[in-house]
Design a protein. Sequence first.
Length: 213
Amino acid sequence: MKLEGERWRTLVSTVRLGKDEYRVVQPARPLKHAPLYEGYAGVESCVDKAAALEITMAWAFAMRSPRTLVYLPLKQSDPECARSDGPFLDLVLVHHSLGFRLSKWKEVRAKLRGGRPHTVVCQGFGREPDYDRRYDREYRDLLRGEIVAETVFMVGSAPAFHMAGHALLELVEDCPRHMHENPGTHCCAEITESLRHWEWLHVMYCDEHRVHA
């Protein structure tokens, strides 16, 4: 499956807190199979084909949307394939340039009321990044992961989202065929917080027969 050109149906909300105003974009419908939880090496999720596509489209949109909070309410997902009993978590993608204080998230979330339907045509991620740049001493385009108010925040620059997004792109474009040809094998996207080479966000492609049983 190719990501570019896919349509992501969303709800767009504007939330005002005092003099501040925030644009929040979220899926039009909750993701059914994408439970997110704390695991051994960071935060993990187990996704089916539809959830993998939607999360990756949201990531590509967030990469190009520095003034938007991209909110995925994953706590509503079916925990069937989760390797944990919870608690389960939501996910928010945000550019650090927005200067959003994570402590405000509970107030913003509480004010969300539906939203205006909008369809995003996914533009993909563009050319593959130069991964060797991460080893440059001056390289600063790193994602920061933090958990606040039962929500995982991934905060970074456009280049940081671009660099990490290609791991999710492989999850969408390569894992379905790989799992079909090699049943029971492990296929995932590993997104590291920095150069420490540990999995902060580990998104696993699950056997759909198990997920939908």
